[in-house]
Design a protein around this ligand. Structure first.
Ligand code: KDG
Ligand code: MG
Length: 399
């Protein structure tokens, strides 16, 4: 079998997605996710100009060899753009292999270790009351783990709201104000309020989005420890891995990081020094299914669980890859899940299904998700920026 064509599909059913479709001479094809939020066309160009033409004529069965060739064989390696391109190709090759074998990808990865995958949902409101309402809705929908956040009083919500998203999708630039101190005062109050209203049973997750420095993260973690969060995510900037050691020495709040990291080498010290409890790599940036499975195995050896990144800027293809991994690894922790815009389901057929707090994937060969190329064409790419945060003094901060 030979790779005959590598199609790069860029579509925007509410959000921009970059998709790879690898077609073989036997008519079997596979699909992969190569979306890099805010830098989509950089990856599309790498796939169109370099990776795609290079793959023509290769045997799609040799996934590991193609991975090594795209990583080591091209001299330049790593980084978000190249790794996202490689990840998309890798996913598409696993989809092909599943279709050849007539087996779902989770089966190729060793088979089911569980029947369903526990999901967490986002609950973010401008006020405590609005956040509570979102939590109650998610709980009614069977969910038992919630990622909660609220706008800091005096500052607009740092999360991109639905209104912000509309402006961003019109290529507007959005800059918001943010300060650590009011956020650090607000968060323990939010958790106290939610514990009072929702009780002890619900798992609460915090995503700090890398906005604190290490000692601020220590203080925040101490302040929220009594509310027993399930984990605190990205408390500090990804460059400051060492800061996690300091955080670790001050708190028993479980720590989750990973969405900024590519390859096993980026994750190694986090795992081997046990600086984290949950690893949140993104299957479409870290190196695809091949690399994610290996990283999960390294984490397993240190009793670290996987909580794969599953944001809105990932299409149902990336989410499907997440759930296939979750279904097959022994050290699954929890899966981030989002409900896409209905337009997304015009472009994608299949993918994971959410029911009562859990996710499953269909028992179809491959990843179990497909692209309707005609529908994809309808939704043209729109340049869109991520929002920027600035401090009161005007300096740039992490969004
Ligand atoms: O592109 C950035 C988003 O994927 C990120 O902001 C989402 O932090 C995120 C999360 O945990 O889903
Ligand atoms: Mg995050």
């Amino acid at each position: 079998m030979k790779i005959e064509e590598v199609k790069v599909i860029v579509t925007c059913p509410g959000r921009n997605y970059v998709l790879v479709k690898i077609v073989t001479d036997k008519g079997i094809y596979g699909v992969g996710e190569a979306t890099l939020n805010g830098r989509e066309l950089a990856v599309a160009k790498v796939l169109q100009e370099y990776v795609g033409p290079y793959l023509i004529g290769k045997d799609p069965n040799n996934i590991e060899d193609i991975w090594q060739e795209l990583f080591r064989g091209t001299y330049w390696r790593g980084g978000p753009v190249l790794m996202t391109a490689l990840s998309g190709v890798d996913m598409a090759l696993w989809d092909i292999k599943g279709k050849i074998a007539n087996l779902p990808v989770y089966s190729l990865l060793g088979g089911k270790t569980r029947n369903k995958v526990r999901a967490y949902l986002h609950c973010s409101g401008e006020s405590f009351e609005e956040t509570l309402k979102k939590c109650e809705k998610a709980i009614k929908n069977g969910c038992t783990a919630l990622r909660v956040t609220t706008g800091t009083p005096g500052y607009p919500d740092a999360e991109a709201s639905a209104e912000d998203m509309k402006r961003l999708m019109k290529s507007e630039k959005i800059t918001k104000l943010w300060e650590p101190a009011p956020y650090m005062q607000m968060l323990p109050k939010l958790l106290k309020y939610l514990r009072q209203e929702l009780g002890e049973e619900i798992d609460l997750i915090i995503d700090v989005h890398s906005r604190l420095n290490p000692i601020q993260a220590c203080r925040l973690a101490k302040d929220i420890e009594k509310y027993k969060p399930f984990f605190i995510e990205d408390p500090i900037r990804p460059e400051f891995k060492d800061g996690l050691r300091l955080l670790r020495s001050h708190t028993t709040v479980p720590i989750a990081v990973g969405e900024h990291y590519f390859t096993k080498w980026n994750c190694l010290s986090l795992i081997s020094e046990h600086l984290i409890d949950f690893l949140r790599i993104d299957v479409s940036h870290a190196g695809g299914i091949t690399e994610s499975k290996k990283i999960a195995a390294i984490a397993e050896a240190y009793s670290i669980d996987m909580a794969f990144h599953g944001p809105l800027d990932m299409s149902p293809i990336g989410h499907a890859a997440n759930v296939h991994l979750d279904m097959s690894i022994p050290n699954f922790g929890i899966q981030e899940w989002v409900f896409h815009d209905p337009k997304v389901h015009e472009v994608f057929r299949g993918g994971p299904e959410y029911y009562n707090g859990y996710l499953t994937v269909p028992d179809e060969p491959g990843l179990g998700v497909d692209i309707d190329e005609k529908a994809a064409k309808k939704y043209k790419y729109k340049r869109s920026y991520l929002p920027t945060l600035r401090r009161e003094d005007g300096s740039v901060w992490e969004w």
